[in-house]
Structures are given as C-alpha cells and as structure tokens.
Design a protein around this ligand. Structure first.
Ligand code: PLP
Length: 446
C-alpha cells in the first residue's frame, strides 16, 4: 500500500509537498505565476481579502502561488506549520528576529555566525534600538546570565559558518525556553536533509535558500519556517503582536483568529506586517528555481557529505596542510554533538590552514583551477575563499577569532565533482602554495 502524504520520506516531500494539480492547465511542473496582482471577483470579495476574512491573493508582495508551493514544501521538510519566502537569506533573518524583538528589547545570538549576520546584528540592528547580546554557543549557561526581562529570542546556526562548531541544541533550547523565549536556528549549511532543528527544540528556522537548497548558485533567496511549537498566548504581555488585539487589523488577535488553522500567529503576522510593510518578497521566478533545486536536495546532500569527508581526510594527511576543521573528522572539538545531531552527515563546509600561513593560503587560492574562488557556499561546484579578507572582513579581530576566522583560514565548500578531480586540483595548488612560501617567490606562475 502506498504511503500516505503525511508519512512521506524527505525525498518524496522534496519532490511533491505543497503542490496540488493546477486545475487550469494540469501542468506537471510548478507554474511561474508572473503576476503582480490578482483580479477581485467583486468589491465585497476585495474587502474580505483585505480584512483577512477570506484567504486569497491580493498582490504578489504578500502572496504568490509559485512562492506558496515553495513555502509549503519548506514547511513540510522541516515538519513545521508554515513558511515565508524572502528576497534573500539576510531579509529572512531580519524578519525572523525583528518580528520578535523591537526597539528597547534585546536578543541573544551565538558568536559563531555567518559574517553578514554578525554585522546585521551588532551594527545595523543597534541603530534601531534592538540589542544583540552574543554568547559562546559551546557555553549554554551564558544564555541565562546575559538575558533579562526584555530578551525576546535566542539565535544560532546549526553548524556555524565558517567556524564549523556544532552546538548542543537541546541544552540551548532548554535554556531559552526556561526564559520563555523561542529559539531561531539558521539551518542553511545543513538543510532538513541533514538536520531538522525542530526535532531538537528549535521554534523557528531560517534559510539562505541561495546555498544548498537552490544548490546551483543561480539566485539569491531566503525563508523563515515556523515550527508552530512556541506558545505565544501563554504570555500576551510579552507577545502583544501575536496575542493581543492588533490595531493594524481592527483589533484582530492573531493567536485567537488563527486557532482553527494551527499555531500560525508568528508566520502570519510576519507576512501581514513585516513582509507587507518592508517588501523584501521573493520573485516567483526565484521560487521556481528553488523548487527545482529542492527536487534533488536529498540526493545532493549525501554526495556533498561523502566528498567533503573524503577531502577532509585527504587534507589532514597532506604534508602541506597544518590543520583541518571539519565536523565529520574524528577529534573535532564538538564530536559528541556531531554524533548526536548530525548522524546523516556533517555537511560540505570545512576550514583548513596551510603550512606557511596566510601568505601560502593566498597562493593556494590564486592557483586552484577547478575550484571556484568566490563568496558563496553550497553550490554544486567546489568553492574556496579566505574569510578573513572577504566575508568576515568587516568584523573586529576579536569577532573574527570568536567566529573561528584566523588569518590563514581557508574555507572550502566541497561540490559534487568527481572526487579524484577535486583532490588533484587541491593537490597541485597546495604544492605551489608551500613551494612558493618556502622560496619566497611571488608564487604560482608555473
Ligand atoms: C549566505 C548565508 C546567509 C545570508 O544569505 P543571503 O541569501 O546571502 O542573503 C545567512 N546565513 C548563512 C549561514 C549563510 O551561509
């Protein structure tokens, strides 16, 4: 007997979830609904839609049928109640946090984050009166020590990019929940194929779909996923946006009004306020590309992990390499958490340092041929970059070290090429890097 949709595996969900038959055309692929607006059937219909009394499309800044399939599919993959697409990962992260924390309030964030997120939190949010307090993700006890009555959420990454630390999610979630605040996990580098944050206490998940979900480096995008686990109505004074009458919608109480549909107050409020008002919506063409990417995510992630583990082992044994940082290698500082939380694979991102330090790292990067030197991760192709001089350049020295970014750190995002070709490319560039560092020449002209 065929499995029922609610029991489908992740691969089947990645191919089918959220799509129903297009009654107009019976198109098998998800159509790109390239429209800004939607016809109203009557003035009454228009008024009902604007009052949120009837579900339906008004304008593509708020809803679009192509995006809707992607949102439902992402929600299904994370076993959650709803999702919302954004124009980029950064737009999604901004929405996820600022829907909870307002001027005069604060939130707690791991020190090991994507560089753009650290800058967003420490510099840009500060200008609007929202304070980020940074904690060491390996010390969950810091959460209670840093929090106060104005703390609104705890934010971390599933595997820190690029530090490659793997936190104890359960301990962090318990610390957050005992303060009465939700946990947001950026699951970009693991994706639901390797890690489902809700199973380990997260309440909200964010993605840069630009990376593995899209998988081919063709579009920037992001999403927020609401696990539906956090009970806003238990503390209406703390969460008036969700659990008290909303003046922007004639006194509607989101938790009450949405009850028949599920615990959707956070994600619906985000759509009807943050996305409506600030407008960083995803284009339906981008949603189409991310849906296409999702169709093979369950095949790509295991191959990414297999290639990455083999590359990490090979690098660790290479005479030119000083150290390798990959969560899947035995002896990683978070090995116990890796075993507990990432049994399906430790992802494709690693860091390593070459003997000869920063300078030989520069020569290495200038000499890779197959690997692409660019600011991205999670492409089907192998990518390299030196974070200290690029992605994490805006951070202070202290912030860089907390994020695992030493001057010689090279970040590798291992792709899906034939392993032998990846290794051959790394090997020829490594040989040039150490030879040149030793002889002092300008490097790599051979
Ligand atoms: C790239 C990235 C982001 C930012 O996403 P954009 O789509 O580039 O805006 C956020 N978090 C992580 C972990 C990332 O790798």
């Amino acid at each position: 007997m065929a499995n029922q949709p609610e029991n489908y595996g992740l691969g089947t969900l990645a191919l089918h979830a959220g799509q129903s038959d297009d009654s107009a055309t019976h198109a098998c692929a998800v159509p790109i609904y390239a429209t800004a607006s939607y016809n109203f059937t009557s003035t009454e219909h228009a008024a009902e839609l604007f009052a949120l009394k009837e579900p339906g499309n008004i304008y593509s800044r708020l809803t679009n049928p192509t995006n809707d399939v992607l949102e439902k599919r992402l929600a299904a993959l994370d076993g959650s109640v709803g999702a919302l697409c954004f124009a980029s990962g950064q737009a999604a992260i901004t929405a996820a946090v600022l829907t909870l924390a307002h001027a005069g309030e604060n939130f707690l964030a791991s020190k090991s984050l994507y560089g753009g997120t650290t800058t967003l939190f420490s510099q840009t949010f500060k200008k609007f009166g929202v304070e980020a307090r940074f904690f060491d993700a390996s010390k969950p006890e810091q959460i209670a020590a840093l929090a106060d009555g104005n703390t609104r959420c705890v934010y971390l990454e599933s595997v820190g990019n690029p530090k490659n630390d793997v936190p104890d999610f359960r301990a962090i979630a318990e610390a957050a929940h005992s303060l009465g605040v939700p946990v947001i996990v950026d699951n970009t580098v693991t994706t639901p194929m390797l890690f489902r944050p809700m199973e380990h206490g997260a309440d909200i998940v964010v993605y840069s779909t630009t990376k593995f979900i899209g998988g081919h480096g063709v579009h920037v995008g992001g999403a927020v996923v609401d696990c539906g686990t956090f009970q806003w109505a238990e503390a209406p004074q703390r969460w008036p946006d969700f659990a008290a009458p909303d003046p922007a919608y004639h006194g509607l109480v989101f938790t009450e009004a949405l009850k028949p549909l599920g615990n959707l107050a956070y994600i619906v409020h985000m759509r009807t306020h943050w996305l409506r008002d600030t407008g960083a919506c995803m284009s339906p063409f981008a949603a189409f590309l991310f849906l296409l990417g999702l169709e093979t995510l369950h095949l790509r992630m295991p191959r990414h992990c297999d290639n990455a583990l083999a590359v990490a082992k090979w690098l660790a044994a290479h005479p030119a390499v000083a150290w390798v940082n990959y969560p899947g290698l035995p002896g990683h500082p978070d090995q116990a958490n890796v075993e507990k939380y990432l049994p399906r694979g430790a992802g494709a991102i690693m860091g390593f340092g070459i003997k000869g330090g920063k300078e030989s790292g520069r020569v290495f990067i200038d000499n890779v041929r197959l690997a692409k030197h660019l600011a991205n991760i999670g492409d089907a192709k192998t990518l390299v970059i030196q974070p200290a001089t690029t992605t994490h350049q805006q951070l202070t020295d202290e912030e860089q070290l907390a994020a695992g970014v030493t001057p010689e750190f090279i970040r590798l995002s291992v792709g899906l090429e034939d392993l032998a070709d990846i290794l051959a490319d790394l090997d020829q560039a490594l040989r040039k890097a150490v030879d040149c560092a030793a002889c002092g020449c300008a490097g790599g002209q051979a």
